[in-house]
Ligand binder design. Structure first.
Ligand code: ARG
Ligand code: ZN
Length: 419
């Protein structure tokens, strides 16, 4: 009896300490914008990539553009001192991430109260609201829209998607996913906006006369739900998988795809924000996506994945600075999409390969889609959320949805042209 009690106590202690250890606190965390004047300085800052307590938002390769990083309170002073010692300039663009997030979070949940009918896209929906909404669309638009699941998440949630099709088989297809990173809430809503438009607006039906469209709006439902639970979790990025004897939770799903896995910009430390997993496709969410894309027998011509934030329209490769051979086509289609999108309200995107524009990071879904699945064009769209960072206010849901839909139509046109 006594032994049992001790064992029980031991395990609850383990679980407790695990819980306490893995969640970097957002309180006192700051957002720093760093400008380097020399390659040496850039190299110095890059050394922090993947380090605990450092969450890099952007690390451009060129000196002229600033680096953005979120740094936990405990590491701030030393880091700032080191920057100064190396003659590197920085400014604080977010004084206290926690305070900022708390404010946004409270607002978000106030908005829920004024949304009694649970209208989709009035607020950032919970995962079960997304699922219910997509199922209701299937009922009301059964002629063109069907839901499907690509598999289950680690915590056993169905990863739901919709197929929008006017029928027939073997048509070329456009595939879109969103929410691979938990905290990037504007990504799932943008995908849902597109689904809503396609389902409800008959005037869009020309889009799918000749093509099929698949949209999986929330690829990492466990992480997404976790970020909704309370404001301290709002900045969670990874999946929510646990492993025996591992001190930390979750894998960066966008470092977990099996193409040049773990070669650059990914960490083997389970506690890092960019932890690539024990193996490629260790996560049920990424392997479900892999299986789904492969099951479509090369009908998918364009792959788009929504992230936030940054106003970047990125194409492969993310693992090397070399460009794919079809870079001219990637750029040309992206240019058209950006041009159309920007006409809506003047939002501009920077276009280029992930490595050259944002940072090098291997194991991303876009690289895998083009490099392994044989999909012609793959893009990562870092949606805008202006100065709000990840915590875009709900007032951005519709405008970002609308403008992004313009780009989606261009990608759909490209798919249609593939014969
Ligand atoms: N912000 C995204 C990430 O960190 C960018 C991914 C771009 N694609 C890539 N293969 N690196 O995951
Ligand atoms: Zn992301």
């Amino acid at each position: 009896m006594k032994v049992h009690l001790i064992i029980l106590l031991f395990f609850s202690l383990c679980i407790w300490t695990q819980d306490a250890a893995y969640l970097p606190s957002i309180y006192g965390m700051q957002g720093l914008r760093i400008s380097c004047d020399t390659e040496l300085q850039l190299k110095y800052v890059r050394n922090y990539e993947g380090s605990l307590g450092f969450d890099f938002i952007k690390i451009p390769r060129v000196l002229q553009k600033p680096i953005e990083v979120l740094v936990v309170a405990e590491k701030l002073q030393l880091f700032k001192n080191n920057l100064i010692a190396n003659g590197i300039n920085y400014e604080v663009f977010l004084e206290d991430v926690g305070a900022h997030i708390d404010k946004q979070f409270a607002l978000e949940y106030d908005e829920r109260i004024v949304n009694p009918k649970n209208e989709i896209l009035k607020t950032f929906p919970l995962y079960n609201e997304i699922t219910l909404y997509l199922e209701s669309l299937q009922n009301s638009h059964s002629d063109i829209l069907q839901t499907f699941t690509i598999g289950k998440s680690f915590e056993n949630r169905d990863i739901i998607g919709v197929k929008i099709s006017s029928g027939g088989s073997g048509k070329p297809a456009l595939f879109i996913d969103a929410g691979i990173h938990a905290r990037e809430w504007i990504a799932p809503t943008t995908a849902i906006y597109a689904i809503k438009q396609l389902a409800e607006n008959a005037s869009n039906s020309y889009i799918f006369d000749n093509i099929d469209i698949y949209i999986v709006p929330c690829l990492n439902p466990d992480g997404y739900e976790f970020t909704h639970r309370n404001s301290a979790n709002r900045m969670w990025r990874k999946t929510r998988s646990t492993k025996k004897f591992s001190p930390c939770v979750g894998v960066d799903a966008n470092r977990n795809f099996d193409f040049e896995w773990m070669t650059v910009g990914a960490s083997s430390n389970p506690c890092s924000e960019t932890y690539a997993g024990v193996t490629a496709f260790s996560e049920p969410e990424t392997s479900a996506l892999r299986d789904f894309l492969l099951s479509k027998n090369n009908t998918i011509k364009v792959y788009i994945t929504f992230h936030s934030y940054g106003n970047f329209l990125l194409h492969p490769w993310g693992y090397t600075e070399e460009l794919p051979t079809n870079e001219p086509t990637l750029r040309c289609v992206a240019d058209k999409a950006e041009n159309k999108l920007s006409q809506k309200r003047g939002t501009h995107y920077e276009i280029g390969s992930s490595t050259n524009v944002l940072y090098a990071a291997a194991g991303g879904s876009d690289d895998w889609a083009m490099g392994v699945a044989g999909i012609e064009l793959a893009y990562t769209m870092e949606l805008p959320s202006q100065r709000y960072g990840f915590a875009a206010p709900r007032s951005e849901i519709i405008p970002v949805g609308q403008e992004t839909f313009e780009a989606i139509k261009i990608f759909a046109k490209y798919v249609e042209g593939v014969k």
